[in-house]
Design a protein around this ligand. Structure first.
Ligand SMILES: NC(=O)c1ccc[n+]([C@@H]2O[C@H](COP(=O)([O-])OP(=O)(O)OC[C@H]3O[C@@H](n4cnc5c(N)ncnc54)[C@H](O)[C@@H]3O)[C@@H](O)[C@H]2O)c1
Length: 350
């Protein structure tokens, strides 16, 4: 993923590569040479040292989840804002520590959920506004990737590594935050994963809206897109999205999309990581709170960990309780204020 970010940085005129850090500098050097050619930038194993040599003004953290905490804290120690890959941190306690550290330092910490920057998703969110009160959103995610490596050894590969994208996208389209969840994780008999490659979760979102997710990572045949297959049901009609093409809307008694003059849907500031980078740069230049700001992104990660907790307990779990336990585990007092930045908002430009 670091290579994808090298290409994204190289393609954006508003940023310049100040240096590249990896525990193994040879890996970084090879990546720079193969992706960018003959570019002279500082490379090394120490963030502080490379940032100083290269005059870095921000850090893009594409390390493994377990390193997100130390790397982000080191960047804050240098006074640098951070754009970090998902997930926010390896667990919810570490995530809480980082959100508090961002608030205490006043530095921007934004999480890149690259699947948020998808034109089809933005169109679906736009269409959702025409459906009246929303009742239920369903997502079906069925794929059969054979990654090898760490994912096949993880305890919760689907929910922890993948579903955070789908859950975060559901929050984006619904404009609602999670209240509680009942989830069952499972591993089909033919699974090539050690941990749970399948899950079904029923979320209650704010305002009573339900979000029902069913996914499997060992589902050969009729695979859905990586964005999953969506159906959104509202008082005035329904919308579907295959995760790739234009969403389809049908209002009550209407032909699909016929009587709806949607006009052009708003577009993301770029697609995938390019969108996340554009959002980050705009935030740093204008002070506007970006999508994926850590206080907000914490709720997407909380959906993941609440689903896992529910599955383990065999019971419905409240997201606020899971967040409170994480704060306690991180040693953050219950009353500790670590407010979201002043200029808040959905981050969805008008
Ligand atoms: N948005 C997406 O679609 C997407 C896709 C893939 C991965 N990711 C995310 O990107 C991140 C990286 O994933 P990956 O698949 O590229 O992992 P990877 O294991 O292939 O690469 C991680 C690199 O980070 C280096 N590293 C680890 N700890 C470090 C530290 N403390 N300091 C400096 N370097 C360190 C490793 O040496 C390695 O080169 C993860 O958080 C993952 O969830 C996102």
């Amino acid at each position: 993923m670091g290579r994808a970010w090298l290409r994204t940085v190289a393609a954006d005129d508003r940023v310049a590569l100040a240096g590249v850090v990896d525990l193994d500098p040879a890996t970084a050097r090879r990546a720079v040479a193969e992706e960018l050619g003959d570019v002279a930038v500082p490379v090394g194993a120490s963030l502080s040292e490379v940032a100083a040599r290269g005059g870095a003004q921000a850090v893009i953290d594409v390390t493994i989840p377990e390193a997100h905490l130390p790397v982000t804290l080191e960047a804050f120690g240098l006074g640098l804002p951070v754009l970090g890959e998902k997930p926010l941190a390896a667990d919810l306690a570490q995530a809480s520590t980082l959100v508090k550290a961002a608030a205490d330092s006043g530095l921007l910490f934004m999480v890149s959920q690259s699947r948020r920057y998808d034109p089809g998703l933005w169109a679906l969110r736009d269409r959702a506004a025409s459906l009246g009160d929303l009742g239920v959103l369903t997502q079906e995610f069925f794929r059969a990737p054979r990654f090898g490596g760490f994912r096949e050894a993880m305890e919760h590969p689907l929910v922890l590594d993948m579903a955070v994208h789908n859950f975060d996208a559901a929050r984006f389209v619904l404009g609602r935050d999670p209240v509680s969840v009942y989830c069952e994780e499972f591993n089909p008999s033919w699974s090539w994963y050690r941990g749970a490659a399948g899950a079904t979760a029923v979320f209650e979102m704010s305002g009573g809206v339900r979000f029902v997710y069913t996914g499997s990572w060992c589902a050969p045949g009729l695979e859905t897109s990586w964005n999953s297959r969506w159906r959104l049901s509202g008082a005035r009609g329904s919308a579907t999205w295959d995760g790739e093409d234009e969403p389809v809307t049908q209002l009550a008694d209407g032909a699909p999309g016929a009587e709806v003059d949607h006009g052009p849907a708003p577009l993301p500031p770029g697609t995938g990581t390019a969108g996340a980078l554009a959002e980050f740069v705009t935030a740093l230049r204008t002070g506007r709170v970006p999508m994926g700001e850590c206080h907000d992104n914490l709720l997407s990660l909380a959906m993941v960990h609440a689903a896992i907790a529910s599955s383990a307990a065999g019971a419905r779990v409240r997201v606020a309780d899971v967040l409170a336990s994480a704060r306690a585990e991180a040693g953050i007092p219950a009353q500790s204020p670590y407010p979201a930045p002043e200029k808040t908002g959905s981050g969805f430009p008008g």
